[in-house]
Write a protein that binds this ligand. Structure first.
Ligand code: HEM
Length: 495
């Protein structure tokens, strides 16, 4: 009697699954940070809230303590709910806390093959250092200055659009963020509607979200499943991965090839990509295949990093200005006072240089980033060695989440945390620009070797946009008579 190949393969995978569940349980130890236990097979997989999990983690931390953990299938998830633990581990021990959790579905070369993107690459991979260097250089405060005229042009388009079609605010802000970053990354001007490259960049982000969706792909918890042949019944995930891999490749190639074609004609707008293609990764003008691929991946990371984050912050800013007219007026007075010396204020849009003379509006931006925090769990990190913290074992391979939302609403750091109040950041005494409350930017932009490389660019471009909006427009609720309801945000990596 002979067993069919299908039965043999199934039996082999079933044994492998059982072994790895058993192994995960054997490793369970009372020394792990405490937390809820869940079921034998999935742990807490089916118990994690699909909406606003940070609130659930925050509630659990009240019961189990600021450093808590639980299991999802065979992976330990550690959630850090205090600024002290986040800073101690993700910044203080960055050499072992700066990896990303491995997602077989997304990262594996035989699946979606996105393991080498800026966001996903291991901090130990030699490319990681190169990416960081290029991104930090290309998005520094100095480099941002070089993009000033295009930033001002795009801000002007947004302000004019808002004046003309105020009810299209969300669409206009989304368009503005996409237009700005496509110009910076590729020197590309987007079309008014359904832009080919912009839609492609959005599609890449959406597919990444689907491939990483917690609990959706068993292969993310049991990577051995990636060897299942795609023709097997039940291997639809393999066929999906093959399809997405091809799509990812063509979406990443398209804008890069476009820049090269434009450069060959000699008529192109200088951009992050064109500058690097000319100068070379090492600054000596030599660009071989590997280095060109690095440039392509860095530029692709710009849209992924900039778009949804900036959109979230700007939409929250507009909403909060409508709800807090006193803050808005104070911001406007400060902007008007820039022209007290008699310069004609009607004739021009504010520039990056004007921003250096502002004291109050930068505090409003900080409070927006705190009160309406953009990324409530930042992005997940992975610890690459067994580590001991506060007498708990954080085992190698654990996913480590920073509960940014919890920090931003910690009453010890921010008294009365659910009140929107930029004054909380007013320096306490003298001319020193030091506020007593923690600067939310040190939390909002992430940690360790993964800290957002776009921070300088983001702060400058957002402040420029906020300043010009308040300088030229006044924001009011469309229906002031609607009774005030509690503010609600959408859920996801960004809100
Ligand atoms: C409000 C604006 C922004 C916020 C709140 C923000 C926040 C973040 C956070 C929390 C991370 C993950 C850090 C970590 O894993 O610890 C990140 C990563 C990143 N951000 Fe930003 N970001 C913003 C704007 C931007 C902009 C404008 C760009 C580019 C122009 C950008 C590019 C990136 C990139 C490339 C990464 C990946 C870094 C890596 O994995 O090594 N971000 N950002």
């Amino acid at each position: 009697m002979s067993l069919s190949p299908f039965l043999l393969v199934s039996a082999a995978f079933a044994s492998a699954l059982l072994f790895s569940v058993f192994h995960a349980h054997r490793r369970r130890s009372s020394r792990f940070p405490p937390g809820p236990t869940g079921t034998l097979f999935g742990g807490m997989a089916s118990k994690i809230s699909a909406t606003e999990p940070w609130q659930q983690y925050h509630a659990w931390s009240q019961q189990y303590g600021p450093v808590m953990s639980f299991r999802v299938y065979n992976t330990r998830i550690v959630v850090l709910n205090s600024y002290r633990s986040i800073h101690d581990l993700l910044n203080g021990r960055a050499s072992i806390y700066s990896d990303r959790p491995y997602s077989s579905m997304l990262h594996d070369p035989n699946m979606c093959n996105r393991g080498k993107t800026v966001f996903n690459i291991s901090a130990k991979h030699p490319r990681h250092r190169k990416y960081r260097k290029l991104l930090q250089g290309g998005l520094s405060a100095k480099a941002t200055k070089e993009y000033e005229s295009l930033l001002v042009d795009e801000t002007k388009a947004l302000v004019e659009g808002l004046a003309e079609m105020p009810r299209m605010v969300e669409w206009l802000v989304r368009r503005n963020a996409g237009a700005m970053i496509m110009k910076v990354a590729f020197g590309y001007t987007i079309a008014d509607r359904n832009d080919f490259f912009l839609e492609g960049a959005k599609e890449s982000s959406q597919i990444s979200g689907k491939a990483m969706a917690p609990g959706r792909w068993l292969v993310n918890y049991y990577p051995i499943l990636r060897h299942v042949p795609s023709w097997l019944p039940g291997a639809a995930f393999k066929r999906q991965a093959n399809e997405w891999r091809e799509r990812f490749d063509s979406l990443t190639d398209a804008p890069h090839e476009w820049v090269k074609e434009r450069m060959a004609t000699g008529k192109y707008t200088e951009s992050f990509t064109s500058k690097l293609l000319k100068a070379g990764v090492d600054g000596r003008g030599s660009l071989c295949g590997e280095d060109e691929n690095i440039v392509k991946f860095c530029a692709a990371g710009l849209y992924a990093g900039a778009a949804d984050t900036t959109i979230s912050a700007l939409l929250s800013f507009i909403l909060l200005m409508a709800l807090y007219p006193a803050v808005q007026e104070r911001g406007q007075q400060e902007l008007d006072s820039l022209f007290d010396d008699g310069h004609d204020q009607e004739s021009r849009y504010l520039t990056l240089e004007d921003l250096d003379r502002l004291d109050y509006l930068p505090l409003v931006m900080k409070e927006v980033l705190r009160f309406a925090c953009v990324g409530p769990l930042a992005l997940p990190h992975e610890v690459t060695e067994n580590d001991i913290y506060d007498n708990y074992l954080l085992p190698k391979g654990s996913t480590v989440l920073a509960n940014v939302w919890s920090i931003m609403h910690d009453p010890e750091l921010y008294p009365d945390p659910f009140t929107f109040n930029p004054d909380r950041f007013i320096p306490s005494s003298g001319s020193e620009k030091i506020s007593q409350q923690l600067d939310p930017c040190v939390v909002a932009f992430g940690f360790g070797k993964r800290t957002c490389p776009g921070r300088a660019f983001a702060e400058a471009s957002m402040l420029l946009t906020m300043a010009n909006i308040l300088f030229f427009l006044s924001i009011r609720p469309a229906c002031p008579q609607v009774p005030s309801a509690p503010l609600q945000f959408t859920t996801g990596f960004t809100r």
